[in-house]
Write a protein that binds this ligand. Structure first.
Ligand code: XMP
Length: 520
């Protein structure tokens, strides 16, 4: 689908850094079209068409070993401006005959101060008093300047922290301008894309929506599409876009697992049915989900059971609709990037999310993924521009397996009800306090322990409820939210007083990493 955006762009070559995605986000935030490519994509000649700048990402490889990932030589002669970040800088240095070594005792991790040596178009407004704070994560060090390059800035540990070859418009930075810890990183990226690549703003969701809808029409024609609608932002925007493109040829199925937040599924169903006049069928499968999950406490088992059962039910319903050719999925750009590894190696699996490629294999349907080039914030903007209600648009993310992974240990109907009530109270409090939108994700969970309490004159022995609220940009990393004094007490009181079955509330103060956002 991305080929349809026939416009100027910046490309990011991914060498496997954990933060490559952020580079593309920063550029998209500037309303510039940006694509992340793998090294092997560069074999296709047409890939450089419309490319106004190339960024080489960081990555775990080292140019000090024999085999290291590189880009074809002709790219360095293409006259397209290049910015190398971390490994990208080292790759540039290696190509132009600089010297790089493993900086055994000179590793740099975290915040560092860099000092200006020379002026550069790349570093306009980047320093304060000729210094700037940057975020580093590297072991290899460029210690001999590559041919044709100048030293622009340095730190006490790495003498060539920023280098440039002005004539060739090739730049390298040892730190990561894409992470927010680099204080003026955004300015440096802006300097590269606007002053050096001279690309003009060309990417705005309100405008792109027309191209996306046109593209769906072109791909689907008069065929039928089915879509599993969960009521989350991604599947909702997907369904609305497709409906705009092909009207009644879209059939949506909502499988109610019974593991959703209180009232959420029925409310969403009503919105799609009455506000958007969508062709949507609601399947109530809560009993079978609970039955299959009985006595299961292993988180991965829960995920597998729910995922497989969901597919089975969805397939059964889908088969009832005749002549369907396409399956719509709300896959996002980060899902696509994360499911492919830059180097071909398997990245370590923390939890099995099953958004990518889970559904269609057995169904032999063609996939249509209108959001697969977009980041979450872009999807929200797109949703807004096509009239998706605020209620859905700003809803916190919710995991596919739902409350099953928020009830730690074994699940039963009673626990689901207790948790739904507690979560409802917590979330409503956040809405009433006007802080819901400041928090990336918040939820209540039930821990598999009971504790003693006293209510009135009686002893209680009830469930322990954990509440969690995090701030995040994309769910990859997160910090726990710091509530103002008194808020947690208020929430705790309300939950304990109103929810029968809970007599103690705790707040989770773990960030990600080392924790994850969900508990299981
Ligand atoms: P973690 O817990 O891995 O979660 O820090 C990151 C984000 O992903 C959501 N999440 C899931 N979403 N299926 C999903 O669709 C899953 O199995 C799943 N597990 C976690 C989580 O809610 C958070 O937004």
């Amino acid at each position: 689908m991305i080929q349809e955006f026939n416009k100027d762009k910046i490309i990011v070559i991914d060498f496997g850094s954990q933060v490559t995605k952020l580079i593309a986000r920063r550029i998209r935030e500037e309303e510039i079209f940006c694509q992340i490519l793998k090294v092997k994509d560069l074999k296709k000649k047409e890939i450089l068409k419309n490319t106004r700048g190339i960024i080489l990402s960081g990555g775990p490889a080292t140019v000090t070993k024999k085999n290291f990932p590189k880009i074809p030589n002709h790219i360095f002669n293409s006259k397209i401006p290049i910015l190398g970040i971390c490994y990208g800088l080292q790759l540039i240095a290696k190509h132009f005959k600089g010297k790089i070594k493993l900086g055994k005792n000179k590793r740099e991790f975290g915040k560092m101060i860099i000092n200006k040596n020379l002026n550069s178009d790349l570093t306009k407004n980047f320093y304060k008093n000729n210094k700037s704070i940057v975020w580093m994560s590297h072991q290899d060090i460029v210690y001999k300047i590559p041919i044709g390059f100048k030293k622009i800035a340095s730190t006490s540990s790495s003498p060539l922290t920023i280098i440039e070859n002005k004539k060739k418009k090739i730049f390298g930075v040892q730190f990561h301008p894409e992470v927010t810890h680099t204080i003026n990183g955004k300015k440096l990226i802006k300097n590269f894309i606007f002053s050096i690549c001279k690309i003009k703003k060309n990417w705005k969701m309100g405008i792109e929506k027309k191209a996306i809808i046109k593209n769906i029409k072109k791909i689907v024609g008069n065929q039928k599409v089915i879509c599993a609608l969960s009521g989350g932002v991604d599947s909702s925007v997907t369904a609305l876009l497709i409906q705009k493109a092909i009207k009644n040829n879209l059939k949506c199925i909502m499988v109610d697992t019974g593991l959703m937040r209180k009232n959420e599924f029925k409310d969403t169903y009503r919105i799609f049915k009455s506000t958007y006049k969508m062709n949507v069928k609601l399947i109530n499968s809560s009993a079978i989900f609970l039955k299959r999950l009985k006595n299961v406490s292993n988180p991965e088992k829960k995920r597998k059971i729910i995922g497989n059962l969901f597919i089975k039910i969805f397939e059964k319903e889908a088969r009832k609709i005749k002549n369907v050719k396409f399956l719509a999925q709300g896959t996002l750009y980060p899902d696509i990037i994360e499911s492919k590894s830059a180097t071909g190696s398997k990245t370590s699996k923390i939890k099995s999310h099953h958004n990518v490629g889970g559904l269609p294999k057995r169904m032999k349907l063609k996939l249509i993924e209108p959001l697969k080039d977009l980041f979450k914030d872009e999807v929200r903007n797109l949703g807004k521009s096509i009239g998706l209600t605020k209620k859905i648009l700003h809803r916190h993310p919710f995991p596919g397996p739902g409350l099953a992974i928020r009830i730690i240990g074994k699940i039963n109907f009673e626990k689901v009800k207790i948790l739904q009530e507690a979560d409802h109270i917590f979330i409503n409090e956040l809405i009433n306090l006007n802080i819901y939108d400041k928090i990336w994700q918040a939820y209540a969970a039930l821990l598999p322990v009971k504790t003693v309490g006293v209510m009135g004159d009686s002893r209680t022995y009830e469930n322990l409820c954990l509440i969690r609220a995090v701030k995040s940009e994309d769910g990859m990393t997160a910090d726990f939210y710091s509530f103002k004094k008194g808020v947690l007490e208020e929430i705790s009181n309300k939950i304990i007083n109103r929810v029968k079955g809970i007599n103690r509330v705790v707040y989770d103060i773990t960030s990600k990493p080392p924790g994850t956002i969900e508990l299981e």
